[in-house]
Design a protein around this ligand. Structure first.
Ligand SMILES: CSC[C@H]1O[C@H](OP(=O)(O)O)[C@H](O)[C@@H]1O
Length: 351
């Protein structure tokens, strides 16, 4: 059983406050869209799929308590609230794609005169609730496909050492995870020798969250500092790198946590296969290539402090982009719930 980042039943939503992990396990109650926006923007919850799911669930909570009987008013309010939720963080595409689908559903239900306002709410909320189970199914499929792809390069029934970056597990999704889902699948198949996870400065998703998930499930793992990746590949035979994605462009260029790009460069130099694990809900065919993806810049304090303790010299300038772009040319394959594809093949999948 992996960690539970989301506790939901109709009319009730709590999320695990990831800013407090691994030392404190505390859940935050979400009572509407404003709460949803805040926990996403503050990164109390994070991870492209989890952002979409929690944002939309916060709307479901609010809509359930909306006694409006006017479908046109509900539709209008839904569109405004979804656009507000999308503004919480700009780089991950999942919440934008979910918002587009839900706005389209609201338009259809509003225009259908046979649909009552109660049916409108029921079908709309059920559609959001379906995101939870679909994300878990997608992650399990990503795990299977990723495990198969990585083991293709391993002789016999040998085991593999894998490197991952940031957190892409149950704390970034509804459960199981994307890149960490691949690692879970390798472990379940008894083919994972060891996983190396990077600290992932400055938010430390690796040290605080991925390490927490791996230790919790007794998966053999070692934490390394972000700057150790090249040295590790020089002295240890790493069989594959697998990372997540916040937004994959139509040509396969991928926005992911800052530091991913340089890991991909080092992997290329050491001939280590480099995989991106991402559901179709992270692929944005409206964006032709990586340079068009907006990269979120976060507050200096995330770099200059750990918690409330200052670690950087007062007065120093900071540059704190939360993501970088890995070009498709450095990516061996994109592992999705429908299979593993060359970056150049994406456009054929959506044709
Ligand atoms: C499956 S999570 C994808 C992605 O989200 C993380 O970013 P953040 O922690 O800022 O939300 C990281 O880039 C993961 O790879």
């Amino acid at each position: 059983m992996s960690l539970e980042s989301i506790k939901y039943k109709r009319g009730y939503l709590e999320v695990l406050d990831q800013l407090l992990l691994p030392l404190q396990t505390k859940y935050v109650k979400i009572e509407g869209v404003e709460d949803g926006w805040k926990v996403i923007n503050k990164m109390q919850v994070r991870g492209a799929p989890a952002i979409a799911i929690i944002g939309c669930l916060s709307l479901a909570i609010e809509l359930l308590n909306d006694n409006s009987s006017d479908k046109k008013v509900m539709r209008q309010e839904i569109e405004g609230k979804l656009n507000y939720l999308v503004s919480a963080r700009p780089t991950a595409v999942n919440i934008k794609l979910a918002a587009d689908e839900l706005i389209s559903l609201a338009n259809t239900l509003s225009a259908d005169e046979t649909v009552t306002s109660e049916e409108f709410k029921e079908r709309f909320i059920s559609s959001i609730e379906g995101m939870l189970s679909k994300d878990i199914e997608d992650n399990k499929a990503i795990g299977r496909y990723g495990c198969e792809a990585i083991l293709k390069n391993i002789e016999g029934d040998g085991q593999v050492r894998v490197l991952t970056h940031c957190n892409t597990g149950s704390l970034a999704t509804a459960e199981y995870g994307t890149a960490l889902g691949v690692i879970r699948s390798l472990h379940a198949a008894k083919r994972l020798e060891h996983v190396f996870c990077t600290e992932t400065r400055p938010y430390n998703q690796g040290a605080r969250l991925t390490a927490f998930e791996l230790v919790h499930e007794k998966i053999p793992a070692t934490l390394i500092v972000d700057s150790m990746v090249a040295a590790l590949m020089h002295v240890r035979n790493i069989g594959a790198v697998v990372v997540g994605a916040d937004r994959v462009a139509a040509n396969g260029d991928t926005a992911n946590k800052i530091g991913t790009y340089q890991i991909a460069i080092v992997a290329k130099y050491h001939n280590v296969p480099f995989y991106v694990a991402a559901p179709f809900t992270s692929i944005d065919m409206q964006i032709p290539s990586g340079e068009h993806i907006k990269i979120e810049e976060r507050p200096d304090k995330e770099m200059t402090h750990i918690g409330d303790r200052r670690i950087a010299a007062p007065g120093i300038n900071c540059w704190n982009p939360s993501f970088d772009i890995t070009p498709a040319s450095l990516i061996t394959g994109i592992i999705t719930e429908k299979g593993v594809f060359l970056p150049s093949m994406l456009s054929t999948l959506f044709a």
